[in-house]
Design a protein around this ligand. Structure first.
Ligand SMILES: Nc1ncnc2c1ncn2[C@@H]1O[C@H](COP(=O)(O)OP(=O)(O)OP(=O)(O)O)[C@@H](O)[C@H]1O
Ligand SMILES: [Mg+2]
Length: 344
């Protein structure tokens, strides 16, 4: 028997919900799921990446058929973004396999090879962080059609760089998937980065100086705290900086979530759990992922000089990191600590 799921849009909440709906159908023994896109309106980068990634992963389940119906003229954007091909349907454009080279207010699904980034670094005698930085600057400029280092370009560059660097440095994934859109008239930009690597929980648990982290939810809350890293000994004073500039200090997720917090929206999910911060409201979400996804929705009109903003966040972060050092808090208290810190 065929089960049909009508997809009305792929915004943030609906994408998460539809994935749960589909999983329920599979658990209930469905053998054929038809996705009905004939009434679909808005689709946004998070939905494009998260939903298609899920469909692709379940298309490997033996004995399960996934099909879709759509009205061609109504899905030209989805086709262009590589959405259908990434689901596994032979419709529309393939996901891109290289960084964009032309100005565009939307970046279709792009799947990069981590090995090639590393090779590029070796070939040019640079660190992979520098290679990612260069691509991130370009990406930010093309997305915003701004040629100079404006505060918006600097901010988007910073965010792209930190979340792409995390995939390369921590996930163990061979590929990085990203997708982005800038809506100048709404004053919003959305960046989504996904990997199918080991996940935040496994990565942090590799650091034996950290207390044992029990589940994805604890891992996410803990990872957001400044100075928490799989690569930094816990609760020890760090040596003064003399090594590579890109050495991990556990500030990447903390800083990006504060930047998105400037009127925007931050979401990180890994394994089965997702955390979303909208202003000072935190919500928890069930997700289905092999690996990690980040979504930053940036309120572009709230962006002022990046260096000033970062300085404030960094100072806040250092103060919080100092408290952590003194208290050696457990992962289960991380959420409370971050909430108190953000609403202070
Ligand atoms: N994509 C990912 N896959 C697996 N683990 C991740 C991923 N992103 C982050 N993490 C985990 O979360 C931790 C915190 O990330 P964060 O970016 O805040 O710090 P860092 O990368 O260790 O240091 P910094 O960003 O300051 O160089 C990482 O050390 C890693 O254990
Ligand atoms: Mg990082």
């Amino acid at each position: 028997m065929k089960d049909t799921l009508v997809i009305l849009n792929l915004k943030f909440d609906t994408s998460i919900l539809y994935v749960e709906n589909i999983r329920d159908l599979i658990v209930a023994g469905s053998t054929h799921i038809e996705l009905d896109f004939t009434s679909m309106t808005t689709i946004e980068p998070f939905g494009i990446v998260y939903f298609s990634n899920f469909i692709k992963s379940i298309s490997r389940i033996r004995g399960l058929e996934i099909s879709c119906v759509y009205i061609d003229k109504d899905v030209s954007y989805a086709k262009h973004m590589g959405f259908f091909k990434n689901c596994g349907f032979d419709i529309g454009a393939e996901p891109r396999d290289s960084f964009p080279t032309k100005a565009t207010s939307y970046v279709p699904i792009t799947i990069l090879d981590v090995g090639s980034l590393r090779q590029e670094a070796i070939d040019s005698y640079k660190e992979v962080g520098d290679i990612i930085e260069n691509y991130s600057i370009n990406l930010a400029k093309l997305l915003t059609s701004q040629k100079d280092d404006t505060p918006l370009v600097d901010t988007l560059t910073y965010c792209f760089r930190e979340i792409i660097r995390n995939v390369v440095e921590h996930s163990g994934s061979k590929k990085i998937t990203f997708c982005a859109q800038y809506w100048p008239y709404l004053g919003k930009a959305e960046i989504v980065v996904l990997d199918r690597g080991k996940g935040i929980l496994n990565s942090l648990n590799e650091n034996t100086t950290l207390p044992k982290i029990n589940d994805d939810k604890e891992a996410l809350n803990f990872a957001l705290l400044p100075s928490i890293s799989s690569k930094v000994p816990y609760a020890k004073k760090r040596k003064s900086r003399n090594e590579s500039f890109w050495k991990n200090s556990g500030f990447g997720l903390y800083m990006t979530h504060r930047i998105a917090g400037l009127g925007g929206d931050f979401f990180v999910a890994s394994g089965k759990h997702g955390l979303r911060w909208v202003r000072d409201q935190k919500t928890d979400h069930h997700v289905r992922l092999k690996g990690t996804i980040l979504r930053l929705l940036i309120e572009t009109n709230n962006i002022t000089e990046l260096q000033d903003t970062l300085r404030v966040f960094r100072e806040d972060g250092f103060a919080l990191a100092r408290q952590l050092t003194e208290m050696e808090i457990e992962p289960s208290s991380a959420s409370l600590m971050l909430t108190k810190h953000r609403t202070k």
